[in-house]
Design a protein around this ligand. Structure first.
Ligand code: TXA
Ligand code: MG
Length: 367
């Protein structure tokens, strides 16, 4: 049975619900909770049997390491063997917030299952009162992946957690909708002080470059130039450092529908290509959907069974916040074939397109 508590989004560590949830964590049980990015499924990161429960509940491959959530800088020193100056600067600037730092792990502190055999650990301090209260009240470093069944879109509402994990976990703190709506940016700083972005997310490349004053490099070794940030430079010598977030290789976020992204600079050409695809699918008797910024939604009203407006071109953060719920809606509606307009790949748009491409299994049509 999953115990369910509704809590105000600003609740304190003294709240009765938080106290009960914290006690469950200490007992090695699993509790889902809101963060500012997505809901996380938490367990005491020091107890192997608890951490194993996370992998079982989610159906997650055991070679994909978990992020450990902390509530204060003291915990950082306990978990990390060393914190290089660039990582420290990033932590001071962006914590609490949607940034995960991959750091050398202090041996013997965490369950080895958390790090999936790596000698590094991903650490983040979430910017959500419920998450911070839970971590403080439990006194545990809290290992928490997104609280979805493996492969499903990450949960941005407690309802999404229920859909995926009801009866499989011990508790769920419902603190309402999450904020950013996409997972944290995961970075690792190399020996030369370059910031490698292993997963784009809530903190943008420009922000990383501005604060670190160091070169910011995409995880695959491709240098990334953050516009307007003079401190970003080409990342030479990256061939000796190939950090990867192991999780990025798995199918993610995929709706049951066959999703295709259509992108191009000419809006009417994009709409035209999508409408043609919709016609074909309807001809085959499939139920269809389109996901597009709200200013373009009217282009598809007649052509698709379901049009899901998702954010707007003027406000990409709204698109980020709504993306995972939009993907879940396709499944609820029994959609067989779906198209998504591409979003501009700047700022948070980079993270939006990273998740959309995964949801589309790489099906992208350039027009
Ligand atoms: O916003 C978030 O980060 C959410 C909330 C709950 O905090 N958590 C989350 O966790 O997205 P998860 O497990 O779904 O994704 C963690 C990502 C994976 O891609 C994983 O491979 C990577 O972080 N990661 C974790 N530890 C790592 C490590 N030591 N080295 C490289 N990548 C790591
Ligand atoms: Mg996840």
């Amino acid at each position: 049975m999953t115990k369910y508590w509704q809590v105000p989004p600003d609740c304190s560590p003294e709240s009765g619900a938080v106290q009960e949830a914290a006690e469950l964590l200490r007992q090695g049980k699993l509790v889902a909770f809101p963060t500012e990015t997505v809901y996380g499924l938490g367990a005491d990161a020091r107890q192997s049997q608890a951490v194993e429960g996370i992998f079982t509940a989610k159906g997650r491959p055991s070679d994909n390491p978990l992020i450990v959530h902390i509530a204060g800088m003291g915990m950082l020193e306990e978990l990390a063997l060393a914190v290089d100056p660039v990582s420290r600067r990033l932590a001071e600037a962006f914590w609490p917030g949607p940034l995960t730092l991959v750091l050398p792990s202090r041996p013997g502190v965490l369950s080895p299952l958390v790090t999936a055999g790596l000698d590094t650990v991903g650490i983040r301090m979430p910017d959500h009162p419920v998450a911070l209260s839970l971590i403080r009240a439990s006194g545990c470093p809290v290992a928490a992946p997104s609280a979805n069944r493996s492969g499903r879109p990450s949960p941005t509402l407690a309802e999404h957690v229920r859909e995926d994990l009801d009866g499989r976990i011990d508790g769920l703190l419902d603190g309402g909708a999450t904020g950013v709506g996409l997972e944290s940016t995961v970075v690792q700083v190399d020996a030369e002080g370059r910031v490698h972005v292993l997963r784009p997310g809530g903190i943008t490349l420009r922000q990383l470059a501005e604060v670190s004053g160091a070169p910011v490099v995409k995880g695959e070794g491709r240098p990334e130039r953050a516009e307007g940030a003079s401190s970003v430079s080409e990342g030479g010598g990256v061939e000796t450092f190939r950090p990867r977030a192991p999780g990025m290789k798995y199918t993610h976020y995929a709706p049951q529908a066959r999703l295709t992204i259509v992108q191009g600079s000419d809006v009417s050409a994009v709409a035209e290509a999508i409408r043609r695809g919709l016609d074909d699918a309807r001809g085959n008797g499939e139920k269809t959907a389109v996901l597009a910024p709200e200013e373009h939604a009217s282009l598809y009203r007649e052509a698709a069974d379901l049009v899901i407006p998702c954010g707007s071109l003027g406000d990409l953060s709204a698109a980020a916040a709504g993306l995972f719920a939009a993907l879940r809606r396709m499944d609820e509606a029994g959609i067989g074939c779906a198209f998504a307009e591409g979003y501009p790949e700047e700022e948070i748009g980079l993270a939006i397109m990273n998740r959309l491409r995964k949801a589309a299994g790489g099906r992208v049509l350039e027009v």
